[in-house]
Ligand binder design. Structure first.
Ligand code: F6R
Length: 359
């Protein structure tokens, strides 16, 4: 039940700090060490490349996963849209391993990829919120997201749970492979920090609601920018806004805006800039300034380490690999309040179903 919440989406946003703890509990042993099915880790260790296959929000979580697996486990990893992969299978490496990310475990686009790669004899893992689902049953290995039922059509807690699960898995795989970066990455501590920081951001609901009003109350379009994982957050943030508020929203790699899309910027066009990546913070900031100079309304969501006085939403510091766990929270709330204030049925947007069981 949604209790006192007007919509499940808001309840599910609020549950994210608890889900971080549930995942840590599920995938650590009594000594607090990360503990994941050793057969799964052995199968992944044999792989020379990870293929992460997903759709929608789960695909955006998979994009973040690329960086986690490459940095912590030193294995090339790439996320693919299931609907594309199924019919345009790329040339595979010698020892591929497939990771299917799917909240529902029932997405038809993913299932057809699973069927095809199984026929080719390749190993697979399904990371899902539903243990009894088709994709959980049909893959060789399963990891559960422990996010609890996600009722709102717009996915929120499954996204952050998928990123946290990928972090735990990448850490465990990196340790099995004796990768120094994995040994140094204290995932349990970092996910604890993430939980606390998510809670602090959620407590700024009123401020974020105000920003939703200022930026999006009457607009027909919106832009989100970032670089690296901030770019992937931009994609997810824009999907959240468009699917429940029907505002045409696009996420861009910040450096690409000037290669064409900047032509769309007019007076009062809303732009949200995510700035957490230390490598590129200054570049994204100057991209945002350039857009502001053309009359856009700019909201910057910035980690403490990169923050300047002018920044409106500051997120607590965390390992940059996990910044998406935090920066997505204000973006989810911006989308929620925009939809709510426009009087829409936030949980059941038009034309959409919770699980997409046709190709
Ligand atoms: C967006 C959303 C969809 C799903 C997509 C994949 O908020 O909910 O984009 O993420 O349909 O669904 P799953 O993860 O169940 O495979």
């Amino acid at each position: 039940s949604k209790g006192t919440y007007p919509f499940f989406m808001l309840k599910e946003i609020d549950e994210q700090p608890i889900v971080m703890h549930r995942l840590v509990d599920a995938y650590t042993d009594d000594e607090g060490q990360v503990s994941i099915d050793s057969d799964l880790l052995a199968a992944m260790k044999r792989a020379d490349r990870l293929y992460i296959v997903a759709a929608g929000t789960s695909y955006h979580a998979g994009l973040v996963g690329q960086a986690l697996f490459e940095k912590l486990a030193k294995v090339p990893a790439e996320a693919y849209l299931a609907s594309e992969f199924g019919y345009h299978q790329p040339l595979l490496s010698e020892r591929p391993f497939f990771i299917f990310l799917t909240q529902s475990g029932e997405t038809a686009d993913i299932r057809q990829v699973l069927v095809k790669i199984k026929a080719q004899g390749f190993p697979s893992l399904t990371v899902t919120n539903v243990g009894s689902s088709t994709l959980a049953r049909e893959a060789d290995y399963q990891l559960l997201l422990h996010a609890g039922p996600e009722i709102a059509v717009a996915s929120t807690k499954a996204y952050t749970a998928q990123i946290a699960a990928e972090a735990l898995l990448a850490k465990a795989l990196g340790e099995v492979k004796a990768i120094p970066e994995a040994a140094q990455f204290d995932v349990v501590h970092q996910l604890g920090l993430a939980s606390t920081a998510q809670q602090a951001l959620i407590e700024q609901k009123d401020l974020i609601h105000q920003w939703a009003t200022d930026l999006f109350a009457t607009t027909r379009n919106a832009f989100y920018i970032g670089r690296g994982t901030d770019y992937y957050v931009s994609l997810e943030a824009s999907l959240k806004l468009k699917e429940i508020s029907y505002v045409q929203a696009e996420g861009f790699a910040a450096g690409e805006l000037k290669h064409g899309t900047i032509a769309l910027i007019e007076k009062d066009t809303p732009l949200v800039a995510f700035i957490s990546d230390p490598e590129t913070a200054a570049h994204t900031r100057s991209n945002a300034d350039e857009i502001a100079a053309r009359g856009a309304k700019v909201l910057r969501i910035v980690t403490q380490a990169q923050a300047q006085d002018e920044d409106q939403i500051v997120i607590p510091d965390i390992d940059p690999l996990l910044a998406p766990l935090l920066s997505i929270i204000p973006a989810q709330l911006l989308a929620y309040y925009t939809s709510f204030d426009r009087g829409y049925d936030v949980d059941r947007p038009r034309n959409l179903a919770k699980s997409v069981t046709v190709e």
